[in-house]
Design a protein around this ligand. Structure first.
Ligand code: PDD
Length: 282
């Protein structure tokens, strides 16, 4: 029987019920994280949970747990569900209250839910690469918050999916920001470039691991804006996320960018990422 977390308690999935006036359900008023489990162990859990607390602070929410309490509870669920390779999804909504737009009274507690999923690593895609489509970034101006409100991301991903693409490469006008559910990187003349961690992107945990690997291996990295034109004339493109890891983009739909599998720098970063997993999760 699969178990889940509802407001700090581990329950059987069928016993976990959410109120119809939960603000997450009605407004998307809440925040979330997705953490990877390799070999039964969390990868970069502290970083994900620290970002959760940052998101909470940015929207004026107090979670009512410490980071350690949360991590222990989540680890119990992973163990209970016997997850070896997978993910844990956790979210905090602002709680249950009669529908009104402004925040409810302070005594309304956030609603906390979490569940696990067995997810295999995307091995063939990591080896062969994926296709992506350029889509105008029409999201709001606080993309740094890991908000439950994902309509802009979802609509962009749908546009990509309809073009048989794995990801949408978002751009605001000329500037590439990130993917619909990933961060975007290019490599040109041995230099890795990714959008700086401003309000226009989510500062991905995988992104930060990649920055660390670059620094450790003396690969030049610039956290700088780049244009659609720079993307299309890059030597390599890859995306990064918790579930997609370091994923080569080998084709941009309808554009003049195509390659036969991952480039050299992308491969090096994939190897470095593999080492990070081994260090934390073996
Ligand atoms: N994606 N940008 C956006 C808009 C995202 O939704 C995500 C996460 C990222 C990468 O962040 P991280 O490396 O912390 O996962 C960037 C979900 C969780 C995923 O596809 O796994």
């Amino acid at each position: 029987m699969e178990h889940v977390i509802l407001n700090g308690q581990i329950l059987e999935r069928n016993d976990a019920k959410v109120d119809i006036e939960d603000r997450g359900y009605q407004f998307g008023d809440g925040i979330y994280e997705v953490i990877r489990v390799y070999n039964g162990k969390f990868f970069t859990a502290d970083e994900h949970l620290a970002r959760l607390f940052e998101s909470a602070e940015k929207i004026g929410m107090s979670l009512g747990y410490t980071l350690e309490e949360l991590k222990n509870l989540l680890a119990s669920l992973v163990q209970r569900n016997n997850i070896n390779e997978g993910t844990i999804y956790l979210q905090f909504s602002r709680g249950v209250a009669a529908r009104q737009h402004h925040y409810p009274a302070k005594d309304v507690k956030p609603a906390f839910t979490a569940y696990t999923k067995e997810v295999e690593r995307p091995k063939s895609k990591l080896r062969d690469g994926v296709q992506a489509k350029l889509v105008e970034d029409m999201r709001w101006l606080r993309c740094d918050i890991k908000s439950l409100n994902l309509l802009g991301n979802i609509m962009a991903k749908q546009e990509a999916a309809e073009a048989d693409c794995f990801e949408a490469i978002l751009h605001r006008g000329d500037t590439v920001t990130e993917g619909s559910s990933s961060n975007m990187f290019i490599v040109k003349d041995g230099i890795v470039k990714t959008h700086p961690a401003t309000n226009l992107i989510l500062n991905g945990i995988t992104r930060r691991v990649i920055l660390d690997i670059c620094n450790e291996q003396n690969i030049k990295i610039k956290e700088e804006e780049f244009t659609v034109q720079e993307l299309l004339s890059a030597d390599e493109i890859f995306l990064a996320s918790t579930t997609s890891e370091v994923m080569p983009i080998v084709k941009v739909a309808g554009k003049d960018f195509e390659m036969n599998g991952p480039g050299m720098v992308t491969k090096k970063l994939q190897d470095g990422f593999e080492e990070k997993i081994a260090q934390q999760c073996s």
